[in-house]
Ligand binder design. Structure first.
Ligand code: PNS
Length: 162
């Protein structure tokens, strides 16, 4: 049984994230989507809301399970017994970051491996940061986040601006 782990801060979950999860789920038996903390970022949404948004966005994918993990990526990697971590790549700078992250994680856990999926052209400019910026000003984010969470994300961002 092949198991993959798709970690991220998902602040919020975007259509780009869903596309990577959908494609990763096709190449494994079980995909764990792990909602985690990125110390380099200040998260707007609470961890439980980020889990809820990922679950809502991935409803209907039978082999995907959304989990929350507040510690090191290698710990949840080992705990779940995954074969590799999946990450989406939008640009050359993403690739550099992912390569460094894989290297660091492999120093901590020699069995660590990564599968890097190039993101879809039409989703390559979408990021959680852009969603937040547009949403703070009350802009239309419906093409950026899954339909299931558009209302929640828009409302929270509008509230957050005040
Ligand atoms: O969606 P993001 O913010 O790019 O996801 C980054 C994330 C959460 C996967 C990364 O910051 C992470 O692995 N955090 C957990 C702490 C950890 O293990 N850090 C060492 C990474 S080399």
């Amino acid at each position: 049984m092949t198991k993959l782990l798709f970690p991220g801060s998902f602040d919020p979950f975007t259509r780009g994230h869903r596309d990577i999860a959908r494609r990763a789920a096709k190449i494994c038996d079980k995909l764990y989507v792990a909602v985690m903390h990125n110390d380099a970022k200040k998260h707007f949404f609470a961890p439980e809301d980020r889990v809820m948004m990922a679950r809502e966005s991935l409803k209907g994918f039978d082999n995907i399970e959304v989990i929350r993990h507040d510690g090191l990526l290698v710990d949840i990697y080992k705990e779940t017994g995954c074969d590799a971590v999946v990450r989406g790549i939008r640009s050359e700078s993403d690739f550099r970051y992912e390569a460094e992250m894989a290297l660091a994680n492999r120093l901590l856990e020699p069995s660590y491996d990564a599968v890097l999926l190039p993101c879809r052209d039409d989703l390559s400019l979408i990021s959680s940061s852009i969603v937040k910026e547009v949403g703070f000003y009350g802009g239309d984010i419906s093409k950026m986040v899954p339909a299931e969470i558009v209302g929640f994300v828009s409302e929270e961002l509008k509230k957050g601006r005040n």
